[in-house]
Design a protein around this ligand. Structure first.
Ligand SMILES: C[S@@+](CC[C@H](N)C(=O)[O-])C[C@H]1O[C@@H](n2cnc3c(N)ncnc32)[C@H](O)[C@@H]1O
Length: 192
């Protein structure tokens, strides 16, 4: 009963944020653990020193990345929504993570501030279906200038709309799908 209540309140927070910021949040509920696991599977956690997360929401992927990554690795998170950002800062207390209340297009600038030239993996939940085209290009250019040549960019979407854009930007794009999510989701694994 307690578990059901916790799940309901997590979804309620998400739904409230969606209703208040539809163009930003892009989903009515947090991702399922099935989607979370599919998003993690392309990442080689043993070989990743720096991992980026874009659009963390209530932190379902953030907490899993921290569970899987090495003790000396670093995670940088970008979340534009202030309510989600505050929640992440309150719930996650781990010296390996830095959380920014900034747009994902600041990724390259922020990594330069940390003297980081290349990152090993980017996990993105950004809702490209509702993000303006110019911002989408700025974000993807920022990702490509920061991603290591043998790194991986993993993105989920609820449709195939982003396929053309991702194929234009990355040299290799592989598609995966999980029906066990609300709504069902496509997972794009992209290589620079
Ligand atoms: C579909 S939700 C996914 C949340 C969570 N990762 C999950 O899978 O349940 C997308 C998230 O991206 C955030 N977001 C949207 N545009 C952004 C941007 N330009 N930079 C950073 N975060 C952004 C939203 O606030 C929202 O939390």
């Amino acid at each position: 009963m307690k578990l059901i209540f916790v799940r309901m309140s997590k979804s309620n927070l998400f739904l409230k944020q969606y209703l208040e910021n539809k163009k930003e949040v892009g989903a009515i509920a947090p991702s399922s653990k099935f989607l979370r696991n599919r998003m993690m599977s392309p990442i080689n956690f043993h070989r990743s020193s720096v991992i980026i997360e874009l659009g963390a929401g209530n932190g379902i992927f953030t907490k899993e990345i921290l569970k899987r990554m090495r003790s000396e690795s670093k995670l940088f998170v970008f979340e534009i929504n202030t309510v989600f950002y505050d929640k992440l800062c309150n719930e996650i207390n781990d010296p390996r993570v830095t959380i920014y209340n900034e747009s994902a297009d600041q990724l390259h600038n922020k990594m330069q501030e940390h003297n980081i030239d290349q990152v090993d993996a980017i996990v993105s939940s950004l809702p490209y279906a509702v993000i303006p085209i110019r911002t989408k290009y700025n974000i993807l250019n920022s990702c490509l200038s920061t991603l290591s040549p043998d790194g991986v960019y993993v993105q989920f979407q609820y449709s195939l709309n982003a396929h053309k854009l991702l194929k234009k930007k990355f040299s290799k794009v592989t598609l995966d799908f999980t029906p066990i999510n609300m709504p069902p989701a496509f997972i794009y694994r992209c290589k620079p």
